[in-house]
Design a binder for this molecule. Structure first.
Ligand SMILES: C[S@@+](CC[C@H](N)C(=O)[O-])C[C@H]1O[C@@H](n2cnc3c(N)ncnc32)[C@H](O)[C@@H]1O
Length: 344
């Protein structure tokens, strides 16, 4: 094996040219040393000059290689930047496409909702139109039963509509209650007062809104019914039931009421809070007569359905009478004999 091969084996990472250069440098060093030691200083100097030349050439080669590496690095950086920019552009385009699609979907959805609303509005208008003959017939029957002494306040909207009033008055006339409690005053107060005037009962109506209470009081006075019906201001106050506070009529205004044998629950309005009418049964149960009729308006709504289910579960003797009568549910209350005796 030649010296050059041995050196290459020892330095396996050197290229052929580098190994030759290193070997030549080694030989030159050795030559320079030998000639200097033997007194041939001229030859030694020449060998050192040659060695310097080789070193300089090596450095130049190294510099060129480094410059190439740096150039390649810069080119790779440029490529990377281009790739990243391209990916960013694609990402932005994809997001923009998604946004436009979502926008389209939103428009489609809004359009569909508008169409459904149109159909629902049309249906509501159509069902109101269809209800007109029924409401007209009920109005005729209401006015045949009574001759009002002043213009009657309007029915419908917040007030009971004629068909519900007709059913309500039929119950009042047939059951002839002595003391009616109404939760939520208005047009119904005047009609109930007319019915009680004939049968000899009394109405106490609560209103949480002083303005509406005043209007109902004025209507009752205009009809000469103030002796039959009284409207009480009952601002909503928190009442605690089973660990939860509900805004309900101030219970103080019920303090003097006993043996209530007919109740119309038509307030507080749903806008005053969730389960607005749930406290009613809890707050009046002990003030009811041993037998009472409870008319619950808007009984088709989910809050009212839940309230009725909870009441009939909790109060023995409270049962539903048949299906909904218009918007009303009618409940019969019969105090269990043991509790009736305890009260007596
Ligand atoms: C459902 S309303 C009671 C209606 C009454 N029982 C009748 O049939 O005329 C319940 C409460 O809503 C309030 N109210 C009445 N008319 C209203 C209206 N047009 N807008 C907002 N609140 C009203 C009053 O305070 C009333 O006691």
């Amino acid at each position: 094996m030649s010296t050059l091969s041995r050196i290459r084996r020892r330095l396996p990472r050197l290229t052929g040219l580098q190994a030759v250069a290193m070997s030549a440098a080694g030989v030159l060093c050795a030559g320079a040393a030998a000639t200097a030691l033997t007194g041939h200083t001229g030859v030694a100097t020449a060998l050192l000059a040659l060695l310097g030349g080789i070193i300089l050439a090596g450095l130049m080669l190294l510099y060129r290689r480094l410059a190439k590496v740096q150039k390649a690095g810069l080119a790779a950086q440029r490529d990377l930047r281009t790739t990243v920019e391209e990916m960013q552009r694609r990402l932005v385009a994809a997001v923009e496409r998604e946004r436009l699609t979502a926008g389209d979907r939103h428009l489609e959805l809004a359009d569909a909702i508008a169409r459904v609303k149109q159909i629902t509005d049309r249906k509501a208008a159509a069902s109101q139109l269809l209800a007109l003959p029924r409401e007209f017939e009920a109005t005729m029957q209401l006015f045949q039963g009574f001759t009002p002494r002043a213009p009657m306040p309007s029915s419908g909207d917040y007030a009971l509509n004629p068909t519900d009033l007709l059913e309500l008055l039929h119950l009042v006339r047939t059951r002839q209650p002595r003391l009616v409690l109404e939760l939520g005053s208005g047009t119904s107060s005047v009609w109930i007062a007319y019915a009680l005037e004939q049968s000899g009962g009394r109405l106490i109506s609560l209103d949480h809104d002083a303005g509406y209470a005043g209007r109902t009081r004025a209507a009752l006075a205009a009809h000469g019914l103030s002796g039959v019906a009284e409207v009480r201001d009952a601002p909503l106050t928190p009442v605690g039931i089973e660990g939860r506070d509900y805004p309900w009529y101030d219970p103080e205004v019920l303090a003097d009421l006993h043996d209530i044998d007919f109740v119309l629950i038509d307030g507080p309005p749903a806008s005053t809070g969730a389960d607005a009418r749930y406290p009613a049964m809890h707050m009046i149960e002990k003030r009811l007569a041993d037998r009472a009729t409870i008319v619950f308006d808007d009984a088709g709504r989910s809050d009212e359905q839940a309230a009725m289910a909870a009441w009939t579960e909790r109060y023995e003797g409270l049962t539903r009478e048949g299906e909904l009568l218009g918007r009303h549910a009618v409940l019969a209350f019969v105090r269990p004999p043991a509790m009736a005796t305890a009260r007596a």
